[in-house]
Design a binder for this molecule. Structure first.
Ligand code: FE2
Length: 177
């Protein structure tokens, strides 16, 4: 059975008076906010996939605790990916969460195969340590352009920083600093 082509040229969308209504932001601010949201979307999708990869491949002492913790991270980051994508749509910016886009722009590859708890903690600490400054940069970028987007990014970053702390705290050598 073949699928019929997608109706990408919808006449009601073209003719609808809805299309004459203004978008929430002027073009320059929409571009700034849209870029911050798109970049955040890619980072969050990348992080959620890597957390699942580790969830499945984890080995060794401390398995159960981190295995469950990683699924909490997956759930949170997927929900935030949805939030930032839908914020982009609300601004009239098309979010791109395709695997090919994430693969092309993902910050770093995750190691394949089995991974020990200690290795996973180190990998995620490195991922979060790079991701959080990027998120904070996006918070700075969006403050003037769109405080509503900035507010969302602040919430996302607060959750990421909490996850970062919890992952680091699972390392026996963690001293809280
Ligand atoms: Fe599972």
């Amino acid at each position: 059975m073949s699928l019929s082509p997608l109706p990408i040229d919808l006449p009601y969308a073209k003719d609808s008076a809805m299309n004459d209504l203004p978008l929430p932001l002027p073009p320059a601010d929409r571009k700034t906010a849209g870029q911050a949201l798109q970049d955040s979307l890619v980072d969050l999708l990348d992080l959620s996939s890597n957390a699942k990869q580790a969830h499945w491949n984890l080995r060794g002492p401390g398995f159960r605790s981190l295995h469950l913790h990683l699924d909490e991270i997956v759930e949170t980051t997927r929900a935030f990916a949805d939030d930032v994508a839908e914020r982009a749509s609300a601004l009239g910016v098309s979010p791109d969460g395709r695997p090919v886009t994430v693969a092309a722009r993902g910050p770093r590859p995750f190691p394949p195969g089995p991974i020990t708890v200690a290795e996973a903690l180190e990998v995620f600490a490195t991922l979060y340590g790079a991701l959080i400054p990027r998120m904070r940069g996006r918070i700075s970028d969006t403050g003037t352009a769109d405080p509503v987007t900035q507010d969302l990014l602040i919430s996302v970053t607060a959750a990421l920083e909490k996850q970062y702390w919890m992952l680091r705290a699972e390392d026996p050598a963690y001293d809280g600093a």
